[in-house]
Design a protein around this ligand. Structure first.
Ligand code: SP5
Ligand code: ZN
Length: 326
């Protein structure tokens, strides 16, 4: 089942600062809208989301941080955008994640979209796709960044465990390392985090995503980073994906959650790999085989991907590769 919420349309950051100058913000509503339109043309149905209590944010985020985002949204006049001025004081780690008057609400409904998807799989269904926007995987307990305010997939993971228990594997396929998700579960052996991403030597978020980050304390060995060279193509990508999937197979989780960033596609304006949209059939095949072998449900959460057109093509090919029914 595919879940979509139109509240993301109200979140329209106009600019971001890149290398000291303002450029158009890449997190456009169009990114998701194009996927929605094309999926429906293909015969897939989109489903509306359920509402939850705002307190679900506390499953992952610090109260101070939640209040700061909420208040910042409330006091920022329409037509204006708030950018962090003092790093370490403000709660945003980059200059790509401005706060507008309804960023809080849109981010909250992205969380509700992920939770509606989570509900669907814990009720005994085998597949859901949460069309979240804004994305989430760069947000940690007390810090936003990389277009992310609240960590949709991390909150969904906690929600699933609170309701049903069990162990979860998160496979992060976004071009960027999911520093937020990694941080949140770094000491937690009940959640395995596996990420393939452009090497942080060169690419955002720079601070995290190296292969020597393997988890800490009880969480040691339950974090696997697989950094990739610029312009990596599908063959090499798949051999690295196999390493990640083997790790997940050995872990034998009760649920597989995928952070689906489509910014690994060649030409993405935030990316740096050379994956073709047709290659998603192969990626889909691999994931499908894993969940069939393990007999576990799959939940996909949308993260990055900055060409609406390629996003739609990639998702359709991925679903084809996974044999998702319409
Ligand atoms: C969810 C997600 O994919 N967030 C990624 C945010 C990445 N922003 C990086 C900004 C700095 C790099 N600028 C390169 C732009 C070249 N056109
Ligand atoms: Zn990304």
């Amino acid at each position: 089942m595919i879940f979509y919420c139109e509240k993301h349309l109200n979140h329209k950051p106009e600019k971001e600062m890149d290398m000291g100058i303002f450029v158009p913000n890449a997190d456009t509503p169009q990114r998701i809208e194009k996927i929605a339109v094309e999926l429906q043309k293909e015969g897939y149905e989109l489903h509306d989301i359920n509402h939850f209590d705002e307190s679900v944010l506390s499953l992952v985020h610090d109260r101070d941080y939640i209040e700061w985002i909420k208040n910042r949204s409330r006091i920022t006049p329409p037509e204006q955008e708030y950018f962090p001025e003092v790093f370490g004081y403000d709660r945003l780690f980059d200059t790509g994640t401005p706060i507008t008057w309804n960023s809080y609400e849109s981010a909250l409904y992205a969380v509700y979209t992920a939770l509606t998807s989570a509900e669907w799989i814990i009720c005994g269904n085998m597949f859901s796709y949460a069309m979240c926007r804004p994305p989430g995987h760069h947000a940690s307990a007390d810090m936003g960044g990389g277009y992310c305010y609240f960590n949709n997939i991390a909150i969904a993971s906690k929600y699933i465990q609170n309701k049903k228990g069990g162990r979860i594997a998160i496979l992060d396929l976004d071009f960027h390392h999911g520093n937020g998700t990694q941080d949140i579960f770094y000491n937690d052996p009940s959640i395995l985090y596996v990420s393939l991403h452009g090497t942080p030597d060169i690419f955002f978020p720079w601070i995290k995503g190296f292969s020597n980050e393997v988890g800490e304390g009880e969480g040691k060995e339950f974090n696997l980073n697989i950094p990739l060279k610029p312009e990596t193509e599908i063959e090499e990508y798949i051999s690295n994906l196999n390493i990640g999937l083997d790790k997940i197979k050995d872990y034998s989780p009760d649920y597989l959650l995928v952070s689906l960033g489509l910014d690994i596609v060649e030409g993405d304006n935030q990316g740096g790999l050379n994956i073709k949209t047709d290659d998603y059939i192969k990626i889909g095949n691999k994931i499908k085989k894993l969940i069939d072998d393990l007999k576990i449900p799959l939940m996909i959460v949308q993260e990055g991907g900055y060409s609406g057109e390629n996003n739609a093509k990639a998702v359709i090919k991925l679903f084809e590769g996974m044999n998702i029914e319409k």
